[in-house]
Structure formats: structure tokens, C-alpha cells
Design a protein. Structure first.
Length: 169
């Protein structure tokens, strides 16, 4: 199997991206949406891709596994002047493709983009029990800035999240 390609999302990816989000929602409890809760359409996803491309401080990277999207990393920059230097990160990789260095490659590509785009602060949240995610983020230079107590309600249980960030020189 060839190495999956990491590239910027295109409007033509809308349907495949929606399919990826839906699979991730069913496959893991680490994403924000619960299975079946995501109600986006391909047209809405196409519009969202267009919006992200129009923002200098935002990007949406996808992992193309040879005709199927198998991962994504979105960086969504602040829209007000005081937050434009900062981008909120979301990431998801299908289980079948984890452990292959794709997460590392996504974050390396993200950091190169951020430096070119003038983004100084990368931030994300992660459930405190997501040990694989936390290990990846620490490896990529993110630090825990605090704990968001009971920030999520998953399967009837309140869960904590870490707020993590990385500052770029």
C-alpha cells in the first residue's frame, strides 16, 4: 500500500470529507459529535471548505488514502484582530490508519503552514483519558495549560479535557 498523501482539502472533497467525519463519529468517542448527530450536507461542507480557504489563518488538511479520505486536521484561526495569531486545531484519523506516523506528518505540515501564515499559537483540547492523542501532542511540542473539568458529557458521564497549546517562534 502506498503512503497516504496529505494535502489541502478541495471543494470536490466535500462528500468524502463528510463521509470521513461520519465514520470518525461512529468509530471513536474522542470526536465532539456523537454518532448520527452530525447533520451537515455535502453542500454545507463545500461551503465550509471554501470559507476555510478564504481565511489566511485557517487550513483544512486531509489524508488521501488512495481514493478515500482517512484522516484530517483542521486549523481554524481567530476572526477578531486580537485572536488572528491563534488557531484552534481538530484532528481525526481512522483507527485502521493510526500508528503509521500520519498524525506526526499532519502536525509537521500544520506547523510549516502556521509559520508561513503568521499563526503564532496552536491550541486544542483533548479528553484526559486519550493517552495516544496526548502522547502525539506532547511529542509535537504541545503543553498542557489546564484542565477543563466536566467539559463534556459522554455516555452519561462527565469527562475532563486538557487545554493544550504550542507557541511558535
Amino acid at each position: 500500500m502506498s503512503e497516504p498523501e496529505i494535502r489541502e482539502a478541495r471543494e470536490s472533497d466535500a462528500g468524502a470529507l463528510l463521509n470521513l467525519y461520519t465514520k470518525l463519529d461512529w468509530e471513536t468517542s474522542f470526536m465532539l459529535y456523537e454518532p448520527g448527530e452530525r447533520r451537515h450536507t455535502a453542500d454545507e461542507m463545500r461551503r465550509r471548505i471554501r470559507e476555510v480557504k478564504a481565511q489566511e489563518n485557517s487550513t483544512l488538511l486531509v489524508v488521501d488514502g488512495g481514493g478515500e479520505l482517512v484522516g484530517l486536521l483542521g486549523a481554524f484561526g481567530g476572526r477578531v484582530r486580537r485572536k488572528r495569531h491563534s488557531a484552534l486545531i481538530i484532528v481525526g484519523i481512522l483507527q485502521e490508519f493510526t500508528g503509521r506516523g500520519i498524525g506526526t506528518r499532519l502536525f509537521e505540515r500544520l506547523e510549516a503552514w502556521a509559520r508561513r501564515s503568521g499563526v503564532h499559537r496552536l491550541e486544542l483540547t483533548v479528553m484526559t483519558h486519550n493517552t495516544a492523542g496526548i502522547a502525539l501532542y506532547r511529542k509535537m511540542g504541545f503543553e498542557i495549560e489546564g484542565t477543563r473539568k466536566h467539559s463534556l458529557l459522554v455516555d452519561g458521564r462527565y469527562l475532563d479535557e486538557y487545554a493544550m497549546a504550542k507557541l511558535l517562534d
